[in-house]
Design a protein around this ligand. Sequence first.
Ligand SMILES: Nc1ncnc2c1ncn2[C@@H]1O[C@H](COP(=O)(O)OP(=O)(O)OP(=O)(O)O)[C@@H](O)[C@H]1O
Ligand SMILES: [Mg+2]
Length: 605
Amino acid sequence: MKSFLRILGFVTPFRFTLIVAIFFAVLFSLSNGLTIYTIVPIFDTLTEEQPFRFEISESLITEEGTGIAGQVRAGIEGIKIRINRHLAGMSRREILITVSLLIIPLILLRGLFDFISRVLFFHAGNSAVLGIRRELFAHLIRLPYHYFHRSRSGEILSRINRDVIPLSTAVSNEIYHFFSGFMILITNITILIFINWKLILFILILAPLMALPIGFFGNLVKRFTRKIQEGFADISSHLNETITGIKVIKSFAMEHFENDAFGAINNRIFSRELRRRVYQNLNPGVVEFLGALAGIALFLVGGYQIIRGELSSGEFIFFMLLVLNLFEPLKQIASAINGTQAGEAAANRIYQILDYPVEPLEKGREGTYEEGIAFRDVSFSFGHGFSLANINIPIPKGKQIALVGPSGSGKSTIVNFIPGFYLPEEGEILIDRLNTKTLSLSWLRERSAMVTQEIYLFNGTVLENITCGKPYTMDKVIEAARIAHAHEFISRLPEGYHTPIGERGMLLSGGERQRITIARALFSNPEILLFDEATSSLDYESEKLIQDSLEYLFKTRTSVIISHRLSTIQSADIIYLIDSGRIVDSGSHQELIARCEIYRRLFEQ
Ligand SMILES: Nc1ncnc2c1ncn2[C@@H]1O[C@H](COP(=O)(O)OP(=O)(O)OP(=O)(O)O)[C@@H](O)[C@H]1O
Ligand SMILES: [Mg+2]
């Protein structure tokens, strides 16, 4: 229940709505009791020797009630006496018609109160759900980079989509079920105690017995809900992998394989869903059965009281109706408990994200950038074999550094330290001799722009993809695009810079996409440029074209370039050769060619 109670914290901003909703639930339960009560005058008038009259307790009127409770009771007795006087002047038929007609406005009011409280509960609940979803996204986007490596993207998607749904039903429906059920229960039991406390004693003894199966099935439902959620995460993951990898799947003729895998996941969810439904539906059935047993016991005891003249038949029927009327709220409360248990599972999973610490973007101070960056004895590991050891790289301001090395040697990992995507386990990264750990991440990230081998374009226009939400002038955008040699093809697009490029830039060629990401980096005009195989999807010709502009850019700011192409790195001030997470050599192209075997081999192919 802990996580679910925490989730309920999202309702607190809407507590006023909730209080009004509860108020209407109280009105609903009172009008409900009153509606049922009309059976007493009708029935007694028809069956008893003397037409229906309220019983007046003499002691109360003479005592002239003390305190508020006393006054209220005296007031009620006064009303009863007045009604009795009216009744005395009416025939049985007139009483019958009057009371029957009275039921119409009562039912209408009852319906109206119920409607208002439902809508208000729903409003409060769903506003809370909106808040949860917003908070979850805001949190997610601030989680550190490494979080996204550890979690499957399908799982993250499923938490936001699938887990928020049971939560939203739990929060909006179950709050309603719980409170409205609770109110009816309280009102009915109070009335029942007034009519006949002996009879109600039975119910109070039987109630805890009913709670046992509710708890038992609730636990089962909870367990299967969790399993179903996990199944949906598998589906999302699988879909995500299939869609992003559709090319590979098709070219390796893996359709059958993928189909079977997907079918297996689906079947698993089906059987879990089925079992959850079974337990969920058994629960109200069991409650109802126990309720019926209680009803039979009441018939016996109540009937006996009628025979002894302690109870009028109208009162007994009213009593029975009220007791029957307890089942609905009991069922509601049971379903609320089931629902909150489902909600608890979802809430747990949501809190696994919400409790994961976010990057402290604003924490730390702003630094300066005058001298440059330095890696000092940096060591780091991913925890499964690969590690960087003793990386020492000075990157003076305005210099051009290149990293080369075989695939998987750790080049991208090194570059990822500069914008603070990873933090070194040992050693430090300095900017103007300040440890980057003490600097604010947002300051750090504003200094640098990264273009990587994985191209990320979002579903928007070319312009939006270049400016990334920053203020811009068209001149600046075009200038960046020109340097990246993107202006030409962008101008040829149907709507120029305002052309939507489709999800992940599907409508552009690989090289065009790459050039847009380069334009994006250039537009942000950072002091530090990080190029991680940024030109790898360009053909030789296009690369040649932008080479000059890039070279000019690299010369005018600090840059770290990773490339497999000799032409790109040749002019670097220093080239570092990385192998298996270590720097094996460094120097200019000429020096390395002359003395380093690995380096020669890298560029011989
Ligand atoms: N997020 C991660 N979690 C675990 N291991 C990782 C992660 N990222 C990279 N690695 C591992 O770290 C090693 C270095 O990866 P890195 O991406 O730095 O190599 P690289 O030199 O850039 O290679 P390439 O030239 O192919 O891009 C690899 O063995 C890789 O498997
Ligand atoms: Mg890499």
